[in-house]
Write a protein that binds this ligand. Structure first.
Ligand code: SAH
Length: 221
């Protein structure tokens, strides 16, 4: 059954309330989640009734659209400001990219699965959401558009890819320092890390929530 705009808007408002109750405090992030039609990022129409539940859902090729709480939490940790250059690794459905764009970020996103990306490009295009995307191994970053104010990795791996840390811009007060939010750990359980570039050769590493992401696959896999 198709979801009407009115019903979708109501479900979205309920989702925002649920995220607030679960501890998301940044009102800009909540407003962004409240503005992005998540149901349009879910390719399997039989799952549409769950589009505004706080759950991850399959998007094909064994990949998932992340749980809204995780998207909101990572976006909150990224502290994105209007005009920030943000790199996302793992475009997937495009939902996280759309939330970043709703915050006024200039979003660059890399996805390793070409068939997933071609559908996502269409979805983003139809919605008029501007995200620059490419197919490839995002653990290498996107040197042509580096450095970035913020980088978010939406797949889980055992270690922090050094190329991503290298593509964070140097400190430039009064702007907040550049930061990378990434789930790190084994396949069944990762921890969110926020790595902040506090000096030309210096980073600070903070840890946050436990999460479970699909694997970050680098190089040949
Ligand atoms: N941000 C997405 C989450 C998708 S799941 C969303 O909002 O829907 C993670 C995605 O990361 C998958 O599509 C997977 O194919 C992709 N991925 C895994 N390893 C990658 C890599 N090294 N480079 C780019 N994309 C990768």
């Amino acid at each position: 059954m198709p979801l009407t705009d009115r019903v979708a808007a109501r479900r979205r408002a309920d989702l925002v309330a649920a995220l607030r109750a679960k501890g998301i405090a940044d009102e800009r992030v909540l407003a962004a989640v409240g503005s992005v039609p998540r149901h349009l990022f879910i390719p399997d129409s039989s799952l549409l009734t769950q589009a505004y539940d706080d759950v991850a859902l399959p998007i094909g090729l064994g990949q998932t659209i992340s749980q809204p709480f995780t998207v909101a939490r990572m976006t909150e940790l990224l502290a994105v400001r209007e005009g920030d250059r943000v790199l996302e690794v793992g475009t997937g459905s495009g939902y996280q990219a759309a939330v970043l764009a709703a915050l006024g970020a200039r979003v660059f996103s890399v996805e390793r699965h070409a068939p997933i990306l071609s559908r996502t490009d269409q979805t983003l295009g139809r919605l008029g959401i501007r995200v620059r995307t490419r197919t490839g191994d995002g653990t290498r970053g996107w040197p042509a558009y580096a450095p970035f104010d913020a980088i978010v990795v939406t797949a889980g791996g055992p270690a922090v890819p050094p190329d991503l840390v290298a593509q964070l811009r140097d400190p430039a007060p009064p702007r907040p320092d550049a930061r990378l939010v990434i789930p790190v750990g084994p396949p069944d359980h990762q921890v969110l890390h926020r790595i902040t570039r506090v000096g030309p050769d210096e980073t600070r590493d903070e840890t946050f929530d436990g999460v479970v992401f699909v694997p970050l696959v680098s190089g040949e896999g």
